[in-house]
Write a protein that binds this ligand. Structure first.
Ligand SMILES: NC(=O)C1=CN([C@@H]2O[C@H](COP(=O)(O)OP(=O)(O)OC[C@H]3O[C@@H](n4cnc5c(N)ncnc54)[C@H](OP(=O)(O)O)[C@@H]3O)[C@@H](O)[C@H]2O)C=CC1
Ligand SMILES: N[C@@H](CC(=O)OP(=O)(O)O)C(=O)O
Length: 343
C-alpha cells in the first residue's frame, strides 16, 4: 500500500477510544487524522481531553492533535472507527455513512441490522459482501460494518473450528473484566471483594450474535446458524480479559483430543492483515490456564487462549476484551476492508 488511508476515531477519549489510538498511532496502512469526542472535549488537545489511562505511553504523534466534535464536517478521514456509546452511535453512525465515510463500529447499535455486516475476519469475512446491498438499500455513499460484543468475539472465535463437528448447542458462563464497562463504569466499592452476576443486555447479545456470525451469506442476506445458546454473564474484579467457561454440544460427539486438534489447526487465511496474531487460538496445556493476567496479551492482545478441554465438551476461553474484543477487532475488520478494496 503506497498511500496511507486517513482514519478518524469517534469517541476517541474513552476506554475503547484509547485502545483505538494505541492501535492506529503507528499503523502501516492507516494514518490517524481526526480524533472526535463530545463537546466537553472538543477544542482541547488529545492529551488534555483524554486523561490517558493505558499502561503504555500516550503516543507522541497524537498528544497534540486537537479533538473535534463528532460531526462529519469536522472529521477529516476516509474511515472512522466508532467507540461511541451505543445510543449516540445509533444517530451518528448513519450520518457519517450517508456522508461517504466507511464506519467500522464497535458499538452495538447496528450489529443485528439485516444489511449490516457483523464480522470477525477469522470467522465470516465473506459477510462484508453485504456492503453493496446496504448501500443500495439505504442510498449511502459510505457504509457501516460492525464487530461483535467482546464476550461474543472471544467465544465465537473458538466456536468456528467446532462447526465441522455439527455444533448444535452452547452454554456459557462469563467472568468479565471491569474495563468492559468503561473507566467510570463500575465503582471500586462495588467490585472489590465481589462478583456482580448481572451485565445489562450481555446475555441477549451472546445468545444472538453468534448465530449471525456463524451463519451463511446467501448472496442477499444471512441465513442464521441453527445453534441454541444459553449465557450467564458476571462481572469480576479483573482489569482486562474476559474468561468464559463453555459447554459445547456437537452432533459428532468429538473427543477432547479432536477438539484440541481443531483449535490447534485453526488457521484462517488472513495472515497478510497487520493486526492478525500468529495464532488466533492459543491452546494451553497447563491445568490452570488460561488466566487473564498471564494470557491476555498473547498475540499483542489479539489471540484467544483456550484450555481445560474436557469431555462434554467443556473448555475455558479467555481474550483481551478491549483489544481482541473491541478496538483490535474493529481495526482487523478495517484491514480486511482494505485487502478487499472496499476503502
Ligand atoms: N466490542 C465490545 O463488546 C465492546 C464495545 N464497547 C462499546 O464501545 C463504546 C465505547 O465504550 P467505552 O470506551 O467503554 O465508553 P467511554 O464512556 O469510556 O467513552 C465514550 C466516548 O464517547 C464520547 N461521547 C460520549 N457521549 C458523547 C456525545 N453525546 N457526543 C459525542 N461523543 C460522546 C466520549 O467523549 P468525552 O470523553 O468527551 O465524554 C468518549 O470519547 C460503547 O458503545 C461500548 O458499548 C465497549 C467495550 C467492549
Ligand atoms: N458489555 C461489555 C462491553 C460492551 O460495551 O459491550 P457492547 O458493545 O456489546 O455493549 C462488557 O461490559 O464487558
Amino acid at each position: 500500500m503506497t498511500e496511507k488511508i486517513r482514519a478518524g476515531i469517534l469517541g476517541a477519549t474513552g476506554a475503547v477510544g484509547q485502545r483505538f489510538v494505541q492501535a492506529l498511532a503507528d499503523h502501516p496502512w492507516f494514518e490517524l487524522t481526526s480524533l472526535a469526542a463530545s463537546e466537553r472535549s472538543a477544542g482541547k488537545t488529545y492529551s488534555q481531553a483524554s486523561n490517558w489511562k493505558l499502561d503504555v505511553p500516550l503516543p507522541e504523534n497524537v498528544a497534540d492533535i486537537e479533538v473535534v466534535p463528532v460531526d462529519p464536517a469536522k472529521v477529516d478521514a476516509d474511515i472512522v472507527f466508532s467507540a461511541l456509546p451505543s445510543d449516540h452511535a445509533k444517530t451518528v453512525e448513519p450520518v457519517f455513512a450517508k456522508n461517504g465515510f466507511a464506519v467500522a463500529s464497535n458499538a452495538s447499535a447496528y450489529r443485528m441490522g439485516e444489511d449490516v455486516p457483523l464480522v470477525i475476519p477469522e470467522v465470516n469475512e465473506d459477510h462484508l459482501e453485504m456492503i453493496e446491498i446496504q448501500q443500495d438499500n439505504r442510498g449511502w455513499d459510505g457504509y457501516i460494518i460492525t464487530n461483535p460484543n467482546c464476550s461474543t468475539i472471544v467465544m465465537t472465535v473458538t466456536l468456528k473450528p467446532l462447526m465441522k463437528f455439527g455444533l448444535s448447542s452452547v452454554n456459557v458462563a462469563t467472568m468479565q473484566a471491569i474495563s468492559g464497562a468503561g473507566y467510570n463504569g463500575v465503582p471500586s466499592m462495588a467490585i472489590l471483594d465481589n462478583i456482580i452476576p448481572y451485565i445489562g443486555s450481555e446475555e441477549d447479545k451472546m445468545e444472538t450474535e453468534p448465530c449471525k456470525l456463524l451463519g451463511e451469506f446467501n448472496g442477499s442476506e444471512i441465513d442464521f446458524a441453527d445453534i441454541s445458546l444459553s449465557a450467564s454473564c458476571h462481572r469480576v474484579p479483573v482489569m482486562d480479559g474476559h474468561t468464559e467457561a463453555i459447554w459445547a454440544t456437537m452432533d459428532e460427539n468429538p473427543a477432547p483430543e479432536d477438539v484440541k486438534r481443531a483449535f490447534f489447526d485453526f488457521d484462517p487465511k488472513i495472515d497478510d492483515l497487520p493486526s492478525k496474531p500468529d495464532k488466533s487460538i492459543v491452546v494451553r496445556e497447563e491445568p490452570d490456564r488460561p488466566q487473564p493476567r498471564l494470557d491476555r496479551n498473547m498475540g499483542n492482545g489479539m489471540s484467544v487462549s483456550v484450555g481445560r478441554i474436557r469431555e462434554g465438551i467443556r473448555y475455558i476461553a479467555m481474550g483481551h476484551n478491549t483489544i481482541r474484543g473491541a478496538a483490535g477487532a474493529s481495526v482487523l475488520n478495517a484491514e480486511l476492508l482494505c485487502k478487499k478494496g472496499k476503502i
